[in-house]
Design a binder for this molecule. Sequence first.
Ligand code: BDP
Length: 714
Amino acid sequence: MNLKKFISLALFSLFAVNIQAQEGYELWLDYKEVQDRTIEKNYAAFLNNVDIIGNSSTIQAIKEELQLAREGFGFDDSETGGDSKLIIGVQSKLPSSLRNQAKTENLEEEGYNITSLKNGKTILISANSEVALLYGTFGLLREMQQQNDISNLKIEEKPKIQKRVLNHWDNLDRTVERGYAGFSIWDWHLLPELIKPEYKDYARANAAIGINGTVLTNVNSNALILTPHYIEKVKALAEVFRPYGIQVYLTARFSAPIELGDLDTADPLNEDVKQWWKNIADEIYAEIPDFGGFLVKADSEGQPGPFQYDRTHVDGANMLAEAVAPHDGIIMWRAFVYSEEDPDDRAKQAYDQFIPYDGNFADNVLVQVKNGAIDFQPREPFHPMFGAMPDTPLMMEFQITQEYLGFSSHLVFLPKLFEEVLDEDTYADGKNSTVAKVIDGTNSNKKLTGIAGVANIGTEKNWTGNPFGQANWYGFGRLAWDPYMDSEEIAQEWLRINFSNEEDFVKTMTDLLIESREAVVNYMTPLGLHHIMATSHHYGPGPWVDDLGRPEWNPVYYHKADKNGIGFDRTSSGSNALAQYAKPLEEKYSNPETTPEKYLLWFHHLSWDYEMDNGKKLWDNIALHYQKGVEQVEEMQATWNKMEQYVNEREFKKTSMLLEIQLKEAKWWRDACLSYFQQFSEMELPAGVPEPEHNLEHYKSIDRPYAPGINPSW
Ligand code: BDP
């Protein structure tokens, strides 16, 4: 190659890499150049002198990651810094002189130590497995990305929850149910031959935050995924993920034995059906020996299940559990169920269906419960099943994709929402029995523990559409590893890694992220309102909708606004859903005076002039919350405008435009909801809340049939 061509090629690839970084493709694995020369030299001295014990594909992955980090941080090979050294090895393979320096007995399979030895000249990463060494390596790199002092490290980490899983609601045609970041990243058509680099980058990003499982397919499932043609493709993905400690799982369609043409029943107690699933499991495990198991949505929203055969959730789950048990597989059986025939409060139904079966599920079944009893709202009280099934492992299901929170155009920092749920006290086992303690097994059945997040990932260049959507994926992973982590700490970490270590930036933006969650609650569903989004796609407000087939599909069912007031009475004078919570909560929430205002209209139907703590009427408070939400977005915009110097141009501009959309939509929410509710309250808007720009008919007429995220098979 002549010199000119070489230079232009080199420039082109530099440019391409730079653009890619600007688009956010690198996620939290963008090892930015270390500006401070002393820090840089210190880090380089360790990363340029690494001793890694072992030779497996996971060890190879560690080596590759360290190399990427060296390049990204901008280390020069010559910076060796005398006798500084990084040693990485599984405890049993370490030289005996090192073995006693950092104990690994309590670390189990996935925990790691990062320990400074020899006056800080040696850093040792030790663990009981190679995947844990990979986690440790990412742990050390995370310290460096935040430019922390590494002279005296004594980090001991182990995950508090065993199964830390992403749920992809991805269809085989590559549409993504409730996906707002493009199409599915799984290119089923070209797998297994085409292995896209994205697959490995996906695995790296997940391993870096400790995620160890991925359910590749939608809970509204397609039986075809269980056929050999697709299993071959799943196998190819599993091979890419394996070195990174990530197991693959699939969704199992309960009627698959019929749909795939083999049987005329799917009755879970039928011997042929049982055998059919065993055969399927055997076939999958023959190809993918570390296959994780199945996630099942049954007897919910039209999905087939055991009820059709007069069988129970236990019959269904245990039959599948038996099929995967010989291979150490698990079943994640979802509790997101409500019946079309049951006129009772939808919020009560899952509890009623599952509680009688506490203790009856097989040892390898996790019951997967959404964080709240309705459906991933901007705010919900925790699901009453948490704490009410002490003999059944319950797995938390959070939604990372923003189905009810403004899709990928709204900046909402979800770890704040997740933390709020995890910290709630269930009072299941006396005081301080938080939801986190239920799901990590401290306060309940410890056999198996798990947490799932419905992914917000797609083919967008930056994976999540909104650059800040990445923070929600990141934060989910960090909380899955340690459900007691503080959301502020997560925000800071992510901001430092992703954008800049400048204190001014980190502090101001942390406040913005933390506040962003309350903003969306305010401008969409303040004071305990819920599920008043436009139906089907859930984009924008639709509190007036009252004409859908099933009562609980209509927003009017949830807010119950009329001349007398607003809110869902879930106390003993209403649906009595409150009785599903432990006594101290039931007592506290049965009185509106002692109910936290954030849950007021979730549990009570109150008159428009009900006087609240601040001395103002309920109507005024509702209006002021909507207004506050709009103002919070305005503040977010003003803050962001001052951040230009800290972030790259593309992300700066993109976020600015998205915030403009968010502001427009926050106003839309405020004006549409207040015009609608005002018909009933017949009260003036309080000072400080502007009159809606249009009349109610205008808001009602807004129709967005192509809003994204809808399952094309509906
Ligand atoms: C709802 C979604 C729907 C999902 C369902 C579920 O609207 O698309 O299929 O939950 O979780 O939030 O099964």
